[in-house]
Design a protein around this ligand. Structure first.
Ligand code: PGA
Length: 244
């Protein structure tokens, strides 16, 4: 399976920036061994989907509501994302868990809604620096996996240590290797054979300089990229570092 390089644009850019970025990425996507996914802010999804039409670049949202529709001011449903041109969605990102109080249970409901709408979910898990300092990182991630993923689960898991997001502090190769091996084991324990093939991404200060070594680690099936996904050259350099 080709590695997936997903760009999480977070709350950055106006329409012209989004379209220029998407066009730039699409222009460099041909011939790459990896799959590229762009996750712009909601309001830019349709324009980005249009900009990458006819190319291999995929488009996703950064969150969705668990309900199909209803009185939920300011929220966006999974069918709305699909309608706007998305085929993927990031769920349970630590910024949603921290800033919006999202629980594992809510993330699980969102995953079900996403899959029902035809979206492939990327479910994020990861420990805080305090949890790692007290040696609880695997326990925390194990609980997040157990609580956030419905059974069966058809999607992708992204390991994103919270302390490595947007900080420039990348987890060491050793940290990533240990955690990805743990996640694989845990998925196999929780899901049986299905857990052997759920793709795993690493996220947290992935840059062109560290992408090659991170993407070569066992069980790492791609990267979830924040800051570096906002620059065409950097995002494509990361994508070129991907292995088949
Ligand atoms: P970063 O963000 O690459 O800027 O650390 C990663 C993410 O939050 O998905």
């Amino acid at each position: 399976m080709p590695q997936l390089i997903a760009g999480n644009w977070k709350m950055h850019g106006l329409t012209t920036d989004a379209v220029a970025l998407a066009r730039g990425v699409a222009a460099g996507a041909a011939g790459l061994a990896s799959e590229l996914l762009l996750c712009p802010p909601f309001v830019h999804i349709a324009a980005v989907a249009q900009a990458v039409l006819g190319t291999s670049v995929l488009v996703g949202g950064q969150d969705c509501h668990p309900a199909k529709q209803g009185a939920h001011t300011g929220d966006i449903s999974a069918p709305m994302l699909r309608d706007a041109g998305a085929s993927w969605v990031i769920l349970g990102h630590s910024e949603r868990r921290q800033n919006h109080g999202e629980t594992d249970e809510l993330v699980r409901e969102k995953v079900l809604a996403a899959v029902a709408a035809g979206l492939t979910p990327i479910v994020c898990v990861g420990e805080t620096s305090d949890q790692r300092a007290s040696g609880e990182e695997t326990e925390v991630v194990g609980w997040q996996l157990a609580g956030s993923l419905p059974k069966p689960f058809s999607g992708v898991v992204a390991y994103e240590p919270v302390w490595a997001i947007g900080t420039g502090k990348t987890a060491t190769e050793q940290d990533v290797a240990v955690m990805h091996a743990f996640i694989r084991e845990e998925l196999e324990r929780q899901f049986g054979t299905e857990g052997e093939t759920i793709p795993l991404l690493y996220g947290g200060s992935v840059r062109p300089a560290n992408a090659g070594s991170l993407l070569a680690l066992p069980h790492v099936g791609g990267a979830l990229v924040g800051g570096a996904s906002l620059k065409v050259d950097e995002f494509l350099a990361i994508a070129r570092a991907a292995t088949v």
